[in-house]
Design a protein around this ligand. Structure first.
Ligand code: NAP
Length: 268
């Protein structure tokens, strides 16, 4: 495993879910962590639990000025960053057709999922290149590397951006000993997935983070958790694209139907 002792890491979206678990795993491996998110309560709670080597850096990533200011705040708290984890992300509340979503919602999604990781990566690179040491971990999604993802097109598109951005930046920076990773989960039991109970195909954030942190410094694009890796291998080697498309479309249509049924029942 990449030696994390004494390294400094900024994790966005560390107020819960995968980001909180990754920050905890990095801290457990000896890193100093910067915990970013909009909800200060959970960030302070996590910093308290970690007890030292943890800095709370609140930031709303849909606010472009706040995004631009975050690297400076992190540098003031921790010095030069060795690791940046672009984990914060937003998705639709339920799969739906593009025309049901608002312009503001799609703008925020693209800001948080694409614009913020781009700006933060750009800001930390000069220091990493000068020190000839650094890793940027982007939280993509399996949705970004499937043949198509109907009813989640903007979210999937944002993660496809992260995938190509990562692969291109990794190539650009290899000779400086700076690596860029795209870690692509299928389901993990967090708020975004709305899955509460862990399953074979949906690990807890802690289990995901344990596997994810072990992969830092290795392959560019990874689904670090074993069952997700197996699923991706089957999708890419055995399943024809038309079958994957048909399955994902019918799954998302069924999620949409279930959402409206529940929603209508609640408002009756
Ligand atoms: N869970 C899954 O099944 C799954 C699958 C594929 C990919 N992913 C990706 O994994 C990453 C982490 O998601 P998660 O599953 O851990 O979901 P989550 O529990 O909902 O966490 C999302 C995180 O993003 C942060 N965030 C959202 N909007 C923000 C904003 N405007 N400014 C700053 N931070 C913001 C949240 O912080 P605050 O609440 O403090 O704002 C929260 O900590 C995301 O990029 C997601 O797309 C998750």
């Amino acid at each position: 495993m990449f030696d994390l002792t004494g390294k400094s890491a900024l994790v966005t979206g560390a107020s819960g879910g995968i980001g909180g678990a990754i920050a905890t795993a990095l801290h457990g491996a000896g890193a100093t962590v910067g915990l970013s998110g909009t909800r200060e309560g959970p960030l302070n709670d996590l910093a308290g639990q970690l007890g030292g080597r943890a800095h709370v850096l609140p930031c709303n990533l849909s606010d472009m000025e706040a995004v631009a200011a975050l690297p400076k705040q992190a540098a003031e708290a921790m010095g030069g960053l060795d690791i940046l984890v672009n984990n914060a992300g937003m998705s639709l509340d339920h799969p739906d057709y593009l025309e049901t979503t608002s312009a503001e919602f799609n703008r925020d999604l693209i800001h948080i999922n694409c614009y913020a990781p781009t700006v933060l990566t750009k800001a930390v690179l000069p220091g990493m290149k000068a020190r000839r040491r650094g890793v940027v971990v982007n939280l993509g999604s399996a949705n970004g590397i499937l043949p198509s993802v109907a009813l989640l097109s903007v979210y999937a598109g944002s993660k496809a951006y992260i995938n190509q951005f990562t692969r291109s930046m990794d190539e650009e920076l290899k000779s400086y000993n700076v690596r860029v990773h795209d870690q692509c989960p299928f389901f993990v039991t967090t708020k975004i997935s709305k899955i509460r109970k862990p399953r074979l195909d949906a690990p807890t954030p802690k289990a995901w983070a344990r596997a994810a942190v072990k992969q830092i410094g290795y392959e560019t694009v990874r689904t670090p958790y074993w069952s997700h890796g197996l699923m991706l291998m089957l999708i890419h080697s055995v399943c024809p694209a038309w079958a994957v498309n048909a399955y994902v479309t019918s799954l998302h249509k069924s999620f949409r139907r279930r959402y409206y049924k529940k929603h209508v029942k609640k408002t009756e």
